[in-house]
Design a protein around this ligand. Structure first.
Ligand code: SAH
Ligand code: F3S
Length: 512
C-alpha cells in the first residue's frame, strides 16, 4: 500500500485541539498531503477527539460508525483517532471499532508520522498513548520525526493559506500559541489531567519567538493557551524564573508588530495583581478574561475540588474590574453536579448575576470514567433536572448578555474582521454558540463578522477587503449573542509606536 495523499481532518473540542490539528495538518502538508473536505473519498481520515463530556465521545462513535460502512468500498482508507478520546478509551475504542488504524494520544502527536509509516503494512493498529489511564502504558511502537512534543510547536510552519482547519472558530488572521500543556488541578469532574498529563511550561524565549514568527506572517491576533493559563511559571536551574505576568509583558513588549494578544483559560486561584496590572498597562492585550467558576455554591465547589470559595471568586472579579472597568469576563458553569441541590443551583444563578459575564458556557454534568467524581461521588441529579437547570441558567445568562449588548448601543468600537458571516446561510444559536460562524474564503461585499477586544461578536455589511484588518463599527442593534453594526470606516491599527517607526507610519495616522 502506498502512503495516502489526501487527508480529511475533523476537530472536536477545545482550543488546544484546534491548535493540535493545525500543527498536525502543517506537518502533513509539509510531507505532501493535500487537505480535502470529502470524508468518504479521503485516503487518510483523522478525527481529533474530545473526552470532556460523553456527548463529544458519542459524536466520534457516530462518525466512526459511518466510516465502517465506507471501509467496505474503500479498503485502503486509513482512519486515525487522535486526541483525548484515543488516550482515554484506547483499548475500548479499538474493540468496538476494529477499522481504526491509528490511535494517538494528545501527548504523542509528534509520533503521528511514524505511525503512518507503520500502518502502511496494515499489521494491526499503530498505537501511541501516554497510558496515564491504564495500569500499564501501551508500548509506543515508533518514534516520529520530532524528538519531542515541544518540537511540534516550535517547528510550526505557519502560512496563511495552509491555515485550513479552524475557520469555524477563527479567521485566518488569528492563531493560538501554547504556553502550558496539561493540568495538575484534578477538579473532581474533569478528565483533562488524565488525557493531557501533568502541567508543563514552555520556555519563554520559544513562546516569544513563535508569536513573533506568527505576527511576521500576518497574524493579527494571538491567543496564548493553557488549561490554567495564568498558572504559567517557567523555572530552570541557574536562570531567573518567569511568571505569567512577566511572560505577558515580554510577549507584549517584544512583539510590537502584533496588534492583539489574548489568553485562555484562567484559573480563579492563581490570578496575581501583577498579571492584572500588566493587562491594564498594555494597550494591545485584549480586555478579556475567561475565568470559569463552575458553581456558585461553596459546598459544590468543595466537592469539585476547585480550591477556592465563591467569596474569593467574587473578589477576583472585583479586583479585575477595579483595575480595568471595561474588562469583559466570560465563564463556565456546570449544572447538576453530584449532590447539587436547588439551593446550590440558586447560588449559581446568583453568581451569574453578580458576575455579569459577557458570555457563559453552561454544561450539564457528565460523569467521566476514571475521575474522582465518577468513582467516589454519586451522579444523583436526574437528567430532567439537569436539563431544566441548564435551560433556566441559559435563560438568565441570555438576559445578562442582552443587557450587556444593549448598553453598547450607538457606541463606536474597533473590531478585528474575521471573515464572512455564515449566519445568512445557517442560523445557529445553540447552547454552546460562539455566535457567528465565519468563512474567511468568501470574497466580495456582504455580511462580515468581527470581534471586539472584549471578544464580543459584531456583524456588519462591508467588503471582504476588510478581512484580517481592523474596522470601526457603530453598534445599531443587539441580540444576546451578537451585536449588529454599521461600518464607520477602517480603524487605526493598535500597533505600538515602535512598530510605527519601524514601518515608517506617521504616528498621527495611528492615533498614537
Ligand atoms: N481549563 C480548561 C477546562 C477544560 S474543560 C480550559 O482550557 O477551558 C472545559 C469546561 O468543560 C470546564 O471549564 C467545565 O465547565 C466543563 N467540563 C469539564 N468536565 C466536565 C464534565 N465532566 N461534565 C460537564 N462539564 C465539564
Ligand atoms: Fe480540568 Fe480543572 Fe484542569 S477543569 S483542565 S482539571 S483546572
Amino acid at each position: 500500500m502506498t502512503l495516502p495523499r489526501t487527508v480529511y481532518l475533523e476537530t472536536m473540542g477545545c482550543q488546544m485541539n484546534a491548535l493540535d490539528s493545525e500543527l498536525v495538518m502543517g506537518e502533513l502538508l509539509s510531507r505532501g498531503f493535500r487537505p480535502t473536505d470529502d470524508l468518504d473519498a479521503a485516503e487518510l481520515v483523522i478525527l481529533n477527539t474530545c473526552s470532556v463530556r460523553q456527548h463529544a465521545e458519542d459524536k466520534v462513535y457516530s462518525r466512526l460508525g459511518h466510516l465502517k460502512s465506507v471501509r467496505g468500498r474503500r479498503p485502503d482508507q486509513v482512519v486515525a483517532v487522535i486526541g483525548c478520546m484515543a488516550e482515554r478509551d484506547g483499548d475500548g475504542l479499538l474493540a468496538k471499532m476494529p477499522h481504526v488504524d491509528i490511535l494517538c494520544g494528545p501527548g504523542e502527536l509528534h509520533r503521528l508520522p511514524g505511525l503512518l509509516d507503520d500502518v502502511r503494512d496494515r499489521r494491526g493498529p499503530a498505537v501511541a498513548l501516554s497510558g496515564r489511564l491504564r495500569a500499564h502504558s501501551t508500548p509506543v511502537r515508533h518514534a516520529g520525526a520530532h524528538e519531542d512534543l515541544e518540537a511540534l510547536d516550535s517547528g510550526r510552519v505557519f502560512n496563511l493559506s495552509s491555515h485550513v482547519d479552524t475557520p469555524k472558530i477563527f479567521g485566518r488572521h488569528q492563531a493560538y500559541v501554547r504556553i502550558t500543556r496539561g493540568c495538575n488541578k484534578y477538579c473532581s469532574f474533569c478528565v483533562v489531567p488524565y488525557t493531557r498529563g501533568p502541567e508543563a511550561h514552555r520556555p519563554p524565549e520559544q513562546i516569544v519567538a513563535e508569536v513573533r514568527r506568527l505576527a511576521q506572517a500576518g497574524v493579527m491576533e494571538v491567543t496564548l493557551l493553557g488549561q490554567t493559563v495564568n498558572h504559567y511559571h517557567y523555572r530552570e536551574p541557574g536562570r531567573p524564573s518567569t511568571s505569567f505576568a512577566e511572560l505577558l509583558r515580554r510577549v507584549h513588549d517584544e512583539v510590537p508588530e502584533l496588534p492583539r494578544l489574548r489568553f485562555v483559560t484562567s484559573y480563579p486561584r492563581d490570578f496575581t495583581d501583577e498579571a492584572l496590572a500588566v493587562m491594564a498597562e498594555s494597550p494591545r492585550i485584549c480586555r478579556y478574561l475567561h475565568i470559569p467558576a463552575q458553581s456558585g455554591s461553596n459546598a459544590v465547589l468543595k466537592r469539585m475540588n476547585r480550591g477556592y470559595t465563591v467569596e474569593e471568586y467574587r473578589r477576583l472579579l472585583d479586583r479585575a474590574r477595579a483595575m480595568m472597568p471595561d474588562i469583559c469576563i466570560a465563564g463556565d458553569m456546570i449544572v447538576g453536579f453530584c449532590g447539587e441541590t436547588e439551593a446550590d443551583f440558586r447560588q449559581s444563578l446568583d453568581l451569574l448575576r453578580y458576575a455579569r459575564y459577557k458570555n457563559c458556557f453552561i454544561f450539564k454534568y457528565s460523569p467521566r470514567p476514571g475521575t474522582h467524581a465518577d468513582e467516589r461521588l454519586s451522579d444523583d441529579v436526574p437528567e430532567e433536572v439537569k436539563r431544566r437547570r441548564n435551560n433556566d441558567m441559559l435563560a438568565v445568562q441570555a438576559e445578562i448578555n442582552l443587557a450587556g449588548h444593549r448598553a453598547m448601543m450607538d457606541s463606536v468600537i474597533d473590531v478585528l474582521v474575521e471573515g464572512r458571516s455564515k449566519r445568512a446561510l445557517k442560523m445557529q444559536e445553540s447552547e454552546q454558540s460562539r455566535g457567528e460562524e465565519v468563512d474567511p474564503t468568501v470574497r466580495g461585499p456582504g455580511q462580515l463578522v468581527g470581534r471586539t477586544s472584549g471578544d464580543q461578536i459584531v456583524v456588519f455589511d462591508g467588503d471582504s477587503e476588510l478581512i484580517g484588518r481592523f474596522a470601526r463599527v457603530r453598534i445599531v442593534a443587539a441580540t444576546p449573542y451578537t451585536l449588529h453594526g454599521t461600518l464607520e470606516g477602517p480603524a487605526s491599527e493598535p500597533v505600538s509606536a515602535a512598530l510605527a517607526r519601524q514601518r515608517g507610519i506617521p504616528l498621527a495616522v495611528l492615533g498614537a
